[in-house]
Structure formats: C-alpha cells, structure tokens
Design a protein around this ligand. Structure first.
Ligand code: NAP
Length: 337
C-alpha cells in the first residue's frame, strides 16, 4: 500500500509516489492554498522535482537537515540531474534523528545524501566508511551508498569548496603570482566560528600551510579546534582588537548575518582594516553585511556562494558519476541568492 503523508516530512511520500506506482498524488494550483498540510504546488512537482521523469528505477537523494524548508539545493541538483539525463531525484529531508532515518530508508535506491545543520556530526556516526579528511574534521556533508554492497561512505567536501573560493580570491588579488603553491601558505588565517563549517575551514587552512587562528563566541570550542589544527584560539570579542599584522585572511563560519537576520555582522567594521581578503561562508544573502563592510574597508572579498557551488559540483559528480553541468548550476543558484 502507498500512503501520502501530511506535513513537511510527508513531501517524500508525495514526490516518490511516482516511483512506487501510486495511482495519484496531490499538488496545489496556488502555493499555500492546500486541502491538506504539506502539499507541494503542481509547478514544483513538475518543474522542481521532475515528477514526470520519476520511475521505479529512479535513485533517491536529498539534503538531510533540520530545519530544511529554506534550502536551495533541490533546485540545483534536480536541474543538474535533468540536464545530464541522470535518473535521480533530490529532496529536502526534514530529519529529527539521523540514525533512525538511515535505518528506515535502507533500500539500495536511497543512494546518496547531503548533510546540513545540525546533522553533519550525526551523519558521520552513521557511515560504514569515512573519508580520511571527513574523519579528521569530525563531520560529513556528503554520503554515498555503494551500489555493490549497500555500505555508506561519508565525505566532507565543504572544506574543498571553501578553500578553493578563498584561494581563487587570493590569486585574483596577487595577480596569480604565487606559483604552483597555495596562496594561503604562510598567511595568518583567522576563522570565526568553531562549528562544522569553522572546523572544515580551519582544517583546510592547516592543509594549505596557513597559520590558523580560531575565534569563537564560546572560547572552549575555539580552543578545542585550535588544538586540533595546531593554531591559536581567541574569543570573537578579543578579535575586535586583534591586529598582529597586515594582509591577514578572515573567514566567517558563524551563522551571524544569515537571512533573515542579514542586518547583523559577526565583527565590527572597525576591526576589518588589516585583512587583505574576507570570506563569508554564508550564501543567503550573497553580499552579507560583513562582506559589504570589508569591501568598504579596502579588503577583497570571497563569497559563500562560491563555496556552495564548489561543493555542489563535487556532490553532483559523486551522485551521478558524470561531470557536473557547472554553468547551469551557477545560473540556477543566481536565481535564488
Ligand atoms: N557556503 C556553504 O556552502 C556553506 C556550507 C556550510 C555552512 N555554511 C554556513 O556556515 C555557517 C555556520 O554553519 P555550521 O554548519 O558551522 O553551523 P554550526 O555547526 O551550528 O556552528 C555555528 C557557529 O556559529 C557561532 N554562532 C552562532 N550564533 C552566534 C552569535 N550570535 N554570535 C557569535 N557566534 C555565533 C557558533 O558559536 P558557539 O560555538 O559559541 O555557539 C558556532 O561557532 C552557516 O551560516 C551556514 O549557512 C555555508
């Protein structure tokens, strides 16, 4: 029997009804005008979730998080899958308990997931195998089921995406004069935040030979992360008066300044003048208050949208086994940021 389930968690049943041979599903003509909670619009079923392309062999993917309603990934991944003729679907997955979710959806057709706040560490605990970088970071943002034996392997591609965005920014600033090494090598690299994104950035900075400083609201977490990457720990309050040298690189990996509270910033404009480049992991909005004030203070900026795109390219390739349609993914994201 196939049941349609109400509410945000029920979206998976409404979309996958096509995969499991249901007689019908419900879609609304107008957003919000529903006869039962959680009904998607007909337009979303057809255009966002490629409903007419879903069949028994369609592989299921999705982003696991809580909350999840705001994420843009389904727009990017489903458009990408359609354009490369990959028989896959990508859903927003509102999950309370990752282990329960993974145990429940254990069919080989549930082929891969992205992970977002607050489940990146819990996702790591559900892996059968963990990529060495993800193991060191202690969090995953991508999980793939091996079709041969059903085992789940976890990866962290956040750090690759973030560091590539910062390196691109520094190369543009230096006129590509850094030879083949990383332009982060030897730089003083200040990472604000010690959560999953902060850990990925600090780890990536260390990998590239930067001198890492971790600044976090909660000092103990800054200290624990700094110890892990062989760096220095301070509080964000102390960072306000931290000016040891010019040309430093600053990365924001706190959630301060994210929509809907985009009037906020994690560090005052006054404290930004010694940085040559400021990166913000936040990608909604693209131009955070931090980046606007950094630019006004004379720093170059690097965008969280680039981090988001870089890691999306890698995940589309891991899910589909084909090269990611980068221009298309970039165009789709531009519509939503
Ligand atoms: N562009 C991308 O692809 C991408 C990928 C991943 C994440 N991100 C972004 O990165 C940000 C952090 O994500 P995450 O997964 O690392 O979250 P997380 O694990 O929950 O960590 C949140 C961090 O923000 C700090 N924080 C929260 N509220 C604060 C406040 N009012 N003042 C100062 N610090 C505060 C926390 O400090 P405490 O330790 O003191 O609580 C912690 O360090 C989010 O905005 C997310 O959207 C972007």
């Amino acid at each position: 029997m196939i049941a349609l389930v109400m509410g945000e968690k029920g979206l998976i049943s409404r979309v996958l009804s096509a995969k499991y041979g249901a007689f019908l599903t419900f879609g609304t003509i107008e957003a919000g005008v529903v006869s039962a909670p959680g009904q998607p619009t007909v337009r979303d079923l057809l255009d966002l979730y490629n409903f007419r392309l879903i069949g028994a062999d369609t592989k299921v993917h999705g982003e696991i998080g809580n909350p999840i309603g705001h994420v843009k990934s389904p727009h990017l991944y489903n458009a990408a899958f359609r354009s490369i003729n990959f028989n896959g679907i990508y859903l927003p997955l509102l999950v309370d308990n990752v282990a329960n979710f993974i145990d429940t959806y254990n069919s080989p057709d549930f082929a891969g997931y992205s992970y977002t706040i607050p489940h990146k560490e819990a996702g790591l605990k559900c892996c059968d195998e963990i990529d060495p970088h993800a193991k060191e970071i202690g969090a995953i943002n991508c999980m793939i089921r091996n079709p041969a034996d059903g085992k789940l392997k976890g990866y962290n591609v956040d750090y690759l995406g973030a560091i590539a965005a910062i390196e691109e920014g520094l190369r543009a600033l230096n006129g590509s004069s850094n030879g083949s090494g990383s332009p982060l090598a030897g730089k003083l690299f200040v990472v604000m935040g010690a959560g999953a994104a902060g850990t990925a950035l600090a780890y990536g900075g260390k990998q590239k030979g930067a001198r890492v400083v971790v600044a976090n609201r909660t000092y103990d977490k800054a200290k624990a992360l700094a110890n892990k990457v062989g760096g220095e720990a301070i509080t964000i309050a102390e960072l306000e008066n931290f000016h040891p040298e010019d040309g430093m690189v600053l990365a924001n990996a706190t959630s301060v300044g994210m929509e809907p509270r985009s009037d906020q910033t994690p560090l005052s404009k006054n404290a930004l003048k010694n940085y040559s480049l400021v990166f913000d992991a936040i990608y909604t909005p693209k131009w955070t208050r931090l980046l606007q004030e950094a630019q006004e203070s004379g720093a170059s900026v690097a965008f969280g949208t680039e981090m988001f795109l870089n890691q999306a390219f890698v995940q589309v390739e891991k899910f589909s086994g084909s090269p990611a349609p980068k221009h298309l993914i970039r165009d789709v994201l531009a519509r939503y940021t």
